[in-house]
Design a protein around this ligand. Structure first.
Ligand code: PMP
Ligand code: GLN
Length: 380
């Protein structure tokens, strides 16, 4: 057989793969794909090594290592003042997997789900492969906030869920407490599910609080809240995360998980179980990353980019309208080839290719990397 009917006929290679491949081909500084270029915490490396030497090398329990789930439960209590049982936590091979598994748990063919754009690139393919329909609502430009009236008017009998991400990739916008109140009302009144992507929970700046869905019991009761250890501990290549959901949803989530991955990397879980108890390991993250954001913004002052606000995540967006009117993808490719700096065109996060002439920069990098990239961009 040479061909068959694709389940995702209109989906190509992810923008992160495309831009990282071009960056390495042209030896460009990679401020595109979101990953740190500095070493992760040595303590966590040692703990993982020790766990391997201690013989923690066989299958972990399907739901995840119990000590790790208990540590997470304690962490939620201290951070969000809420009691979440380890029975509601499932350890997954990454945050992306947690989101896919949650979407697959609830979506049936023909269901509609509201997605805010620009949207993290995995959401729409994950929805489509389940035969469901993404209903895309653009965030208001240029502050990238949610227009809740647009959400209300998009809801109909087929609407099953909303998928939401705060702090937001790619824009760095964060939801306020009033957003959370409106969201709760809409979700509860319309009997919807919520997928809350909170992988950047600890990367939030300027003393803004993170309004986790875990803090809102009525909302949590209909939600899958997805996290990534990769983002918390600067080890994106570990692909470890978890999903928190009420028991009745967790039961269904695990029915799928047990036949998808079954379980995740054991020594890492043993190491994380004790590492998480050290609160500094995650509480120090925001200020470290904020320093990088501020350093990058100060370097970029010498360029013609108009930097946009970023209140969280690894990312800051910038308009290049003063420099060029080229489409964002073409402009980003030109930056790699001619200036040696890789970025991500924000147009790639819109299903219809909407192009506001904005690029995303990842500032989770060493200062020397950020400085060198900004130096190169001065010439534009
Ligand atoms: N959601 C968003 C918005 C992300 O940026 C990422 C990071 N890649 C993820 C989910 C998933 O993280 P992971 O690498 O753990 O799958
Ligand atoms: N989350 C990372 C980003 O937004 C990339 C993840 C990936 O390559 N799939 O850049």
């Amino acid at each position: 057989m040479e061909s068959f009917e694709s389940k995702l006929p209109n989906i190509g290679t992810s923008i992160f793969t495309t831009m990282s491949a071009l960056a390495s081909e042209h030896k460009a500084i990679n401020l595109g794909q979101g990953f740190p270029d500095f070493q992760m915490d040595e303590t966590l490396i040692s703990l993982t090594h020790q766990a391997m030497k201690d013989g923690h090398n066989q299958y972990a329990p399907m739901a995840g290592n119990m000590a790790l789930r208990e540590s997470l439960s304690e962490k939620f209590y201290s951070l969000y003042n809420t009691s979440i049982s380890p029975d509601c936590i499932t350890i997954t091979p990454g945050g992306t997997y947690a989101i896919y598994n949650a979407l697959t748990t609830i979506l049936s063919p023909g269901d509609e789900i509201i997605v805010f754009e620009p949207a993290y690139d995995s959401y729409i393919p994950n929805i489509l492969v389940n035969g469901a329909i993404p209903v895309c609502i653009p965030l208001d430009f240029p502050n990238y906030s949610i227009n809740w009236n647009k959400v209300r008017s998009a809801i109909n009998k087929k609407t099953k869920a909303i998928i939401l991400n705060s702090p937001h990739n790619p824009t760095g916008s964060v939801l306020s407490s009033s957003d959370m109140e409106i969201l709760s009302k809409i979700i509860i009144e319309n009997n919807l599910f919520l997928i809350s992507d909170e992988v950047y929970e600890h990367l939030i700046f300027d003393n803004k609080p993170h309004h986790s869905v875990l803090k809102y019991p009525d909302l949590f009761n209909r939600s899958f809240v997805c996290f990534s250890f990769g983002k918390v501990y600067n080890c994106t290549g570990w692909k470890m995360g978890y999903c928190v959901a009420p028991k009745f949803l967790t039961n269904e989530f695990r029915k799928l998980h047990q036949y998808n991955a079954f379980s995740c990397h054991t020594p890492t879980q043993v190491a994380l179980a004790s590492h998480i108890k050290n609160k500094e390991s995650y509480l120090s993250l925001s200020s470290n990353m904020q320093q990088k954001r501020d350093f990058f913004l100060s370097c970029m002052k010498n360029t013609s980019f108009s930097m946009m606000p970023s209140s969280g995540s690894y990312f800051v967006c910038a308009s290049y309208e003063k420099i060029s009117q080229m489409p964002a993808l073409d402009f980003a490719i030109q930056l790699i080839k001619e200036y040696g700096v890789a970025t991500i065109p924000v147009s790639a996060f819109y299903a219809d290719g909407r192009d506001d002439k904005v690029l995303r920069f990842c500032f989770a990098k060493k200062e020397e990397t950020l400085l060198l990239a900004a130096e190169r961009l001065k010439n534009l």
